[in-house]
Design a protein around this ligand. Structure first.
Ligand SMILES: Nc1ncnc2c1ncn2[C@@H]1O[C@H](COP(=O)(O)OP(=O)(O)O)[C@@H](O)[C@H]1O
Ligand SMILES: [Mg+2]
Length: 259
């Protein structure tokens, strides 16, 4: 069965405030061989993932196990070969920040609004307010090359939030950052999501990041990827990395990953 249903688009007044759900059931996806002599690749098989409204679900798994494919399925950028994908409108923050180098921070953040037909002035105002919330006051006019990696990711996250989609798909958002900045950005994202709750599917290869941020951590098998373990993270927020329950969960997740 190949079906895909989407919740109706929200009314403009509610844009960005709703919480949607995600449900993939027994999904398989094989990519055709790009040329002769190359085998087709089954990226995921028997993949079932759910995220309830407002839930933060982290997905960890080895490189090439189909994590990005999972997010593309949720966002409707690729169709499953079999199984079902039900998802509220979802926005993807891609693996690389993909900011337009010639546009300022505020114009990059406002992009989704402008594409949706919001007048430029109003879009800029909304984007500038969010950038200020994100600690980027004074950097509104800066070009991406003038920003640090962590700042660029905050701009990219602002743009993703402003899409007004109820589900956020974040693909290894901090993988390119140095360890210290990555920790700062994880704590920052945890705070941003506390202030503005969203349904989130967060892909990462960093188990600690998954556990610091998520309500539930899903561990995927090597390709073809499917979920082999699900760990609930019940620790209250804000979370300390040194919390013994989090440290124990991390050990369990690492064990599942290497099983
Ligand atoms: N558009 C595509 N065409 C062909 N192969 C693809 C495509 N997208 C992904 N793949 C392959 O599917 C597998 C899973 O990829 P991906 O979902 O990007 O994994 P991950 O994000 O976990 O590293 C990889 O072997 C990758 O090469
Ligand atoms: Mg990937």
């Amino acid at each position: 069965m190949l079906t895909r249903t989407r919740a109706p688009e929200e009314a403009p007044a509610e844009r960005g405030t709703g919480l949607g759900a995600v449900r993939l059931r027994e999904v398989a996806k094989t990519f055709a061989a790009p040329r002769r002599g190359v085998e087709p690749v089954t990226a995921v098989r028997e993949l079932s993932v759910t995220a309830g409204p407002g839930e933060i679900v982290a997905v960890v798994g080895p490189s090439g196990c189909g994590k990005t494919t999972l997010l593309e399925l949720v966002c409707g950028l690729t169709a499953p070969d079999s199984g079902t994908v039900d998802a509220a409108p979802a926005a993807l923050m891609a693996q690389r920040d993909l900011l337009l180098p010639w546009r300022s921070a505020v114009d990059n953040a406002a992009l989704a609004l402008i594409v949706a037909g919001v007048p430029r002035g109003a879009a800029r105002e909304q984007a500038a307010a969010l950038l200020r919330d994100f600690g980027l006051a004074g950097f509104e006019r800066a070009r991406p090359a003038e920003l640090s990696g962590g700042m660029r990711q905050r701009v990219a996250f602002a743009r993703t939030l402003l899409s007004g989609r109820t589900v956020l798909c974040l693909d290894e958002p901090f993988a390119a950052l140095d360890a210290l900045t990555r920790q700062e950005m994880q704590d920052w994202l945890a705070g941003a999501l506390l202030a503005q709750p969203r349904t989130v599917v967060l892909v990462t290869h960093d188990v600690e990041e998954a556990i610091v941020l998520a309500d539930r951590v899903l561990v995927m098998s090597p390709r073809p990827g499917r979920v082999v373990a699900a760990l609930d993270v019940t620790a209250q927020r804000p979370r300390a990395r040194t919390d013994p329950s989090l440290v124990a969960l991390r050990q369990r997740a690492l064990k599942e990953l290497s099983a």
